[in-house]
Design a binder for this molecule. Structure first.
Ligand SMILES: [Zn+2]
Length: 433
């Protein structure tokens, strides 16, 4: 048996579990199709539940399907340290986005069991419902209802493209549990996740100590010109909103790539011209705008830049414009205590690490509302994610799990050896029907 400081997870066991999980909903191209609350999700949940039970953990399920596998602490009245992520995937998703965090957490608990490590606070491994939002919007649903950011009734009413609601889907797979949703204190929430970007790989680092999540603002930009015949109308006589947009974009991209480099992000994902006729100069163009930055002040400046460049381009051609705000997600700062625990664990294990802001949303954004929260990133090949080609190595998975283990030990306290009796002291689970 290793002493507590020398304690390391069993990387081979973690990898075998990741591979077994990846067989559920496996696609021919090597990814997974495991949409939230589908039959594949049910099988993934069942497998996770079996593994947790075999370690003596008691599994509870709440009213939106979030699963918590609990290992008692020596002071079981303390709020638990929760280690969680998600088992659902994008329609053509990768094998590690989500499952790495859940199964590494399970491996941490397995390692504690194996070495007789007891923690002062209880530890819970969480599988949050519908993180991806690919079948039922919005994303990060289970953690959002847990934290109180989303309304339960709204979430249960959300429907997939074929009209099946979350309420019906969750009952169909038998995962509407009896445990109350949220309303209890968590000592901390830690999430291990693949980076989904190229920064760690490019820098040659093994661990990202995530300090927060960058802010995002969504808009619809509408530019209004004048419809005209594509043939007889000379170019100088047109008030063409597409021409105006083109000029605005040139200025915008130049400024975002200079004034807001390297962190600013600018994306126009949906462009619609009306009346959408090949031989008519459009009267109006509508584009979706997604801007992101790790600092809210810089986001303010990017928004102002968007307005200035649009105004300048419109004024040249006598066009009008409107910017409608669709969604704003402020920058998230994780807990100093959790960041320090993750950094300390990475140093303790001797991994090359760097601080990093997350570029995408995670369940940890929501748990951060109600609990001290932190995240650990490991690199993924080429930064590729939300893609069947998503890849990590067994060694990268193991490094992330080792950091998760020592950060969890730090936050949960204890680590002394002793007889462990998990299931005997646990409250009765609100399991699936
Ligand atoms: Zn994810």
């Amino acid at each position: 048996m290793a002493s507590v400081p020398d304690l390391r997870v069993d990387g081979g066991r973690l990898w075998r579990r990741l591979e077994e999980m990846a067989r559920i909903g496996a696609t021919p191209a090597g990814g997974v199709h495991r949409l939230a609350l589908s039959e594949e999700d049910r099988r993934a949940r069942d497998l996770f539940g079996e593994w947790a039970a075999s370690l003596g953990l008691s599994v509870s399920v709440d009213g939106i399907g979030n699963m918590f596998a609990r290992r008692a602490g020596t002071d079981d009245a303390r709020p638990p340290v929760v280690l969680g992520s998600h088992l659902d995937s994008q329609p053509t998703g990768g094998r590690f986005d989500g499952p790495l965090g859940v199964l590494a957490a399970l491996e941490v608990v397995h390692t504690f069991e194996e070495h007789g490590i007891v923690t002062t606070s209880p530890i819970e491994v969480a599988n949050w419902t519908n993180e991806e939002g690919a079948r039922f919007p919005p994303a990060m649903m289970g953690s959002g209802v847990f934290s109180g950011r989303f309304d339960l009734a709204d979430a249960l009413r959300a429907a997939d493209p074929s009209g099946v609601t979350v309420a019906r889907a969750i009952d169909r797979i038998g995962y509407r549990g009896a445990a109350p949703i949220g309303g209890r204190r968590l000592g901390a929430h830690l999430e291990l996740h693949i980076e989904q970007g190229p920064i760690l790989e490019d820098a040659g680092h093994e661990i990202g100590v995530v300090t927060g999540v960058q802010g995002t603002r969504w808009f619809d930009l509408v530019i209004i010109g004048e419809e005209a015949h594509a043939g007889p109308t000379p170019m100088p006589r047109r008030t063409d909103p597409v021409a105006v947009l083109g000029r605005a974009l040139v200025g915008l991209y130049r400024r975002v790539e200079t004034e807001f480099a390297p962190h600013g992000r600018l994306t126009f994902g949906v462009l619609t011209a009306t009346p959408a006729s090949r031989n008519t100069v459009p009267g109006r163009v509508r584009v979706s705008v997604d801007i992101r930055h790790p600092e809210d002040e810089a986001l303010d400046d990017m928004e102002a830049c968007l307005e200035q460049e649009t105004e300048r381009a419109c004024a040249e051609r006598g066009a009008e414009w409107r910017l409608d705000s669709v969604w704003r997600s402020p920058t998230v700062r994780f807990s100093d205590r959790c960041i320090a625990a993750v950094r300390g664990a990475a140093e303790h294990c001797g991994y090359r690490w760097m601080p990093l802001m997350a570029g995408a949303g995670h369940d940890s954004v929501h748990t951060n509302d109600v609990a001290p929260t932190g995240m650990i990133f490991v690199p993924c090949e080429g930064g590729v994610s939300h893609n069947e080609a998503e890849r990590i190595t067994p060694r990268q998975a193991e490094a992330g799990a080792n950091v998760l283990l020592h950060a969890a030990l730090n936050l949960a306290g204890g680590g002394s050896r002793g007889p462990v009796s998990c299931s005997a002291t646990n409250p009765s689970p609100g399991g699936p029907a």
